[in-house]
Design a protein around this ligand. Structure first.
Ligand SMILES: N[C@@H](CCC(=O)N[C@@H](CS)C(=O)NCC(=O)O)C(=O)O
Length: 219
């Protein structure tokens, strides 16, 4: 895979992955962005040029001019701060911002981790590192975290009030991931997921990235 220098924002990843968090926010922000599909089957994520961007070989990665950034939560924070015009993040130092920090940490550290354990032990780790015994443990941990989120999530609106924040994008994408992994999502949380995933920006993000991925695979 060749990586050319670019001036605007470029997102590297696959459409239905943690990269969706980023493409979704980019569409919410209404900024220009390009999608570079990483074809894992062809080893794009292990290519010298991609490893120069992210030595772990993981996605998502963005470039914004000279800046190269990894870690989906950090990318969302950066994009919202730089391009959000005061939206998508509660004002720093407020109680809402504190709750927002709590949600971001909770999703990344508690809710997502069991799903990632399932993914690693089903397909991502080398064969000889996978343990079937990890799967029920991960399910136990996911159910515990989902039960906490069920208590916290609001009946209407978003996790920090009436406006979408990056915590909502993280939480909703993680719940969609849990759904694809056939996990039980408690009712209030499932209603929240179904409400938030209807944002037109999320549909646009998927359509754009999937069209680019399809074209790249047909080359
Ligand atoms: N903490 C990182 C995790 C990134 C990550 O593990 N991404 C997955 C895809 S969603 C990946 O690239 N996996 C390939 C690998 O583990 O080699 C983030 O939030 O960006």
């Amino acid at each position: 895979m060749e990586i050319e220098a670019s001036t605007g924002i470029t997102l590297y990843g696959t459409p239905r992955s943690r990269a969706l968090r980023v493409s979704w926010l980019l569409e919410e922000l209404g900024v220009d962005w390009q999608f570079r599909f990483l074809n894992f089957a062809k080893g794009d994520n292990r290519s010298e040029s991609f490893l120069a961007l992210n030595p772990s070989g993981k996605m998502p990665v963005i470039t914004d001019g000279e800046l190269v950034l990894t870690e989906s939560a950090a990318i969302l924070q950066y994009l919202a701060e730089k391009y959000g015009k005061g939206q998508f993040l509660p004002a720093a130092g407020t109680a809402q911002a504190a709750i927002h920090h709590q949600w971001v940490s909770f999703v990344i550290c508690e809710l997502e981790q069991p799903l990632w354990s399932m993914g690693k032990h089903r397909f991502a780790l080398p064969d000889d590192q996978r343990l079937d015994a990890m799967l029920p443990v991960a399910k136990f941990e996911f159910d515990k975290a989902a039960a906490i989120a069920e208590k916290w999530v609001p009946e209407s609106g978003y996790v920090c009030g009436d406006e979408l924040t990056i915590a909502d994008i993280l939480l909703t994408q993680t719940l969609l991931w849990g759904t694809v992994f056939e996990q039980t999502i408690p009712p209030k949380l499932a209603a929240y997921r179904d409400r938030v995933k209807q944002r037109p920006a999320m549909t646009r993000a998927l359509e754009k990235s999937e069209a680019i991925a399809k074209a790249a695979q047909e080359e």
